[in-house]
Design a binder for this molecule. Structure first.
Ligand code: THU
Length: 160
């Protein structure tokens, strides 16, 4: 007998004022670093800032390439930097913001599939969910408590 199984996604929609001071600070860092994006091909400038368990904040923007697939998202760049330079320190929160070059307003952003898999790997590495803050076009911020709702039924076990 076949069984129907449902996934449920859960996240919060928050106004800027509803973020904690720490969260506002992290989102500000993501917004600011988006200005350093090297995005001559897409003009989509993304900033990602993460807070480590130690309180330290790291950040990156997206860096594109004339050979398009070589370009790397802001999220994977900052996660890779954290993994290499702070290898024993858990990542607690990741804020992502983006806007089109020349725009005043923020764009809606949500991590791509590859970055979701990378976020999952960091969660598995430290055994703790990463809170995700996603800037939205209307000024609100979406908060996900970990990657699960954004990446259900993920590949996470070579031996299962
Ligand atoms: N991009 C990111 O850096 N992060 C995201 O969450 C979405 C997409 C980049 C990849 C590419 O440089 C540009 O945005 C357009 O897809």
């Amino acid at each position: 007998m076949s069984k129907k199984i449902r996934f449920q996604a859960e996240f919060e929609e928050l106004s800027w004022e509803e973020l904690s001071t720490e969260e506002q600070q992290l989102m500000m860092r993501a917004r600011r670093i988006s200005e350093t994006a090297y995005a001559p091909y897409s003009a989509f400038q993304v900033g990602a800032a993460l807070r480590l368990e130690s309180g330290e904040i790291l950040q990156s923007s997206n860096q594109e390439n004339v050979s398009f697939p070589v370009g790397t998202c802001a999220e994977r760049l900052v996660l890779g930097y954290a993994g290499a330079n702070f290898s024993g320190v858990a990542v607690k929160q990741l804020a992502i913001a983006a806007r089109r070059r020349g725009d005043e307003v923020w764009a809606k952003v949500s991590p791509c599939g590859m970055c979701r898999q990378a976020i999952n790997e960091t969660e598995m590495r430290f055994g703790s969910p990463i809170s995700l803050l996603l800037q939205q076009a209307n000024g609100d911020i979406l908060r996900f408590n970990g990657i699960q709702s954004l990446l259900p039924f993920k590949f996470d076990d070579l031996n299962a």
